[in-house]
Design a protein around this ligand. Structure first.
Ligand code: GAL
Length: 414
């Protein structure tokens, strides 16, 4: 037994445990928050891939974009000693679990399959801890997009807005035509997604200082006041029924032409494609006005827990990083692959733009982690920012008080 354990340790590091080499995986249980149509369809790529290897799939969906509800369920599962085989996770949540010593090492797959060479450094920062792989990224989303209904845009002149003033002009013109100008969902993470695009639009240094460095003077400064003023301005273009609305229902409003546009990460594109829509014919994908050249990213990753089913974990890690899975999954999901060696040939125009934008931002030093999706700050600070942004958006906090409330909330949460 002693010999077996030490061989085991050499072969596969932490992943190798009690039942590691005693059986092949028969199924994986996967916890995730991909409940919208396009999300479930994308996940099916992974499921089918595992099926061809004779591995079954036990689905554990926890509804709620952004993943906060999923993280609560996951915590309960891990605490009771019953983790799923793999869980979808983002950014600082991953490093926090790793710091707590709970995540299984994926080195036994990552090493031989050369993940170091194909996964971008900016993502590796969150997929590795203490030199060991603990996350398998499946996609890279960026959040600073604007999705516009093409017919609605054509009705007001057809020119995509390139800066703030043009955006306001287009929104006003749509309003005058009786179109709901801005489709917005009513959940804190969606409001935070809109807000981070506004902040990025006021300057890449500003975004970095505010949300990456959490610089107190920036958080409570005049530019932040401007950001809150812009947030409230955009709120005035949203219909009255937005409260509690899920992101994909807001996207559906744009798809159907009931609303003109939505600011959202590129998972929104998955819904357009699923509805049979074509980029630049039926809808327009542009960077949120003022943010072309920069990008805020969130990469969905799968993590595995110590004490979980080892064989299933290995099978899952391999499947997630399979080149074809990454291609097919991301085409449906709206994101771009987390591996740099996946060709862009089969991607649509928005997907190709997504890949090119990401490379450009990375080259220019203007690629930042998304605050709203856990890649800029740990959950406690993210949630503190959510509270203030939501408070202002919903009229519970005066926009003039936004900056000082934000600085105080962040300070308390640190
Ligand atoms: C994000 C996640 C995306 C997307 C979105 C809405 O947090 O990273 O993959 O699906 O939530 O559910």
């Amino acid at each position: 037994m002693k010999r077996l354990l030490s061989v085991c340790a050499v072969i596969s590091g932490v992943l190798c445990g009690s039942s590691a080499i005693s059986h092949a995986a028969d199924k994986v249980e996967v916890l995730h928050w991909w409940t919208a149509g396009s999300e479930a369809e994308a996940l099916n790529v992974l499921r089918q891939h595992l099926k061809t290897e004779g591995i079954g799939w036990q689905d554990m969906p926890v509804a709620g974009g952004g993943g906060d509800a999923a993280m609560t369920v996951l915590r309960a599962r891990v605490t009771s000693g019953n983790p799923p085989t793999a869980a979808q996770m983002l950014g600082f949540d991953i490093t926090d679990w790793a710091k707590a010593g709970q995540l299984a090492s994926l080195d036994s797959v990552a090493g031989p399959e050369h993940w170091d060479a194909v996964i971008p450094r900016a993502i590796q920062r969150f997929s590795k801890y203490d030199g060991h792989w603990i996350g398998a990224p499946i996609d890279v989303h960026t959040t600073n997009w604007l999705w516009i209904n093409k017919a609605a845009l054509d009705a007001v002149g057809g020119k995509p807005p390139a800066n703030w003033d043009q955006l306001i002009a287009v929104l006003d013109a749509m309003k005058a035509k009786g179109i709901i100008p801005l489709a917005q969902g009513g959940e804190d993470w969606q409001e935070a997604t809109l807000f981070e695009a506004i902040v990025l639009g006021l300057g890449t240094d500003f975004y970095k200082k505010a949300f990456i460095e959490l610089d107190p003077a920036t958080l409570k400064g005049a530019k932040m006041a401007e950001a809150f003023t812009r947030l409230v301005k955009l709120r005035s273009y949203v219909d009255a029924n937005f409260s509690g609305r899920e992101w994909n229902l807001a996207t559906a409003m744009v798809i159907q032409g009931k609303a003109g546009m939505q600011e959202m990460g590129d998972w929104a594109k998955g819904e357009f494609l699923r509805a049979g829509k074509t980029p630049w014919e039926d809808f327009v994908c542009i960077r949120f006005p003022g943010t072309q050249g920069a990008a805020t990213f969130n990469a969905d990753q799968f993590v595995m827990f110590k004490g979980g089913d080892k064989a299933g974990q290995i099978a899952m890690a391999k499947a997630v990083e399979d080149v074809e899975v990454q291609q097919d999954f991301n085409i449906i999901k709206g994101s771009v692959p987390a591996r740099t060696d996946v060709p862009d040939t089969k991607f649509d125009a928005c997907g190709k733009k997504g890949m090119a934008d990401l490379k450009e931002a990375d080259r220019n030093g203007t690629l930042f982690g998304s605050m709203a999706h856990g890649y800029a700050v740990p959950a406690a600070i993210k949630n503190a920012i959510y509270d203030v942004v939501t408070g202002v958006f919903n009229g519970d906090i005066d926009p003039e008080d936004g900056p000082s409330e934000l600085a105080d909330a962040v300070d308390l949460a640190k």
